[in-house]
Ligand binder design. Structure first.
Ligand SMILES: Nc1ncnc2c1ncn2[C@@H]1O[C@H](COP(=O)(O)OP(=O)(O)O)[C@@H](O)[C@H]1O
Ligand SMILES: [Mg+2]
Length: 260
């Protein structure tokens, strides 16, 4: 059974189809990339999985459980966590606190129980804090842990956002263009972190990314969307050589990477 199973998902905006009977699977332990020209429906697909958009038809299961009937806020506790195409951090909060907020999805002890069972809540809070510190170390964010996230350079903010998504301890991590707007060095760092998360922690990743070099290098599987439909899917080499894919990218600046 795949970890994520997207089946016949259809989404329209005022009669215009953004997704048309989209089907694909993400196997546990893999990095799967969702690619396609601008406006192909990639972000919409992530939004359907995370619960921001509600498709008219279809099914999306995570570990065999239907997601579409689950309210958005409960999908995090089912094991989903994501980053956004545009940075969505708490700019005034420190790096550490941003990750603690991400961790909150996991917190077992709310305010009331903190008052009633102070000791247990305190121990839980300490454990959460230790885990968050581990993630900060892993992402080489230690020198910035007490700095306001909003004051960091762009590439580091993207990394903090990744950290916050990781802090929720997801089963499936959704990344929407984590390398967008980055220079070469920042892009290589981010690609390395995504690979390490997958290889060292075994985390399953669904990645939307337009940097074809990165996609072809780190993905186990690639799904190509075009005008809301799945145009091709398979191993990177197969997708890269698919004439349908090349045709869809014709004239796009991303196409140059496909031939390499
Ligand atoms: N909230 C929305 N309201 C109306 N149309 C939308 C909305 N979100 C996406 N769309 C439309 O859906 C299509 C797919 O968009 P999107 O998923 O953002 O593509 P991508 O991420 O692949 O660039 C586009 O035609 C876009 O205009
Ligand atoms: Mg998008």
């Amino acid at each position: 059974m795949p970890l994520l199973d997207v089946s016949d998902v259809t989404l329209t905006f005022k009669g215009i189809a953004a997704l048309v009977s989209v089907c694909f699977q993400v196997e546990e332990g893999q990095i799967v990339s969702l690619i396609g020209p601008n406006g192909a429906g990639k972000t919409s697909m992530l939004n359907c999985i995370s619960g921001r958009y509600h498709p008219e038809a279809g099914s999306i299961t995570l570990g065999g459980s239907e997601l579409l009937t689950v309210p958005t806020h409960r999908r995090t506790s089912m094991g989903l966590s994501r980053t956004f195409q545009n940075i969505a951090l708490f700019r005034g909060l420190s790096v550490l606190d941003n990750l603690m907020v991400g961790r909150h999805a996991q917190l077992k002890y709310g305010l009331l129980s903190s008052i009633l069972y102070f000791g247990a809540a305190r121990r839980a809070e300490d454990a959460h804090r230790r885990r968050v510190e581990e993630i900060i170390d892993f992402l080489n964010l230690s020198p910035y842990r007490h700095q306001p996230a909003g004051l960091l350079p762009y590439g580091l903010q993207k990394r903090v956002e990744l950290g916050r998504a990781l802090a929720a301890e997801p089963r499936l991590l959704l990344l929407d263009e984590p390398m967008a707007g980055m220079n070469l060095e920042e892009t290589e760092d981010m690609a390395r972190f995504v690979l390490d998360i997958n290889e060292e922690w075994g985390l399953t990743v669904l990645l939307v990314e337009h940097d074809m070099g990165v996609v072809m290098n780190i993905s186990h599987q690639v799904v190509v969307l075009d005008f809301g439909q799945v145009l091709a899917q398979g191993a990177p080499e197969a997708v890269q050589a698919d004439p349908k894919v090349l045709a869809a990218y014709l004239g796009s600046e991303d196409a140059t990477f496909l031939g390499r």
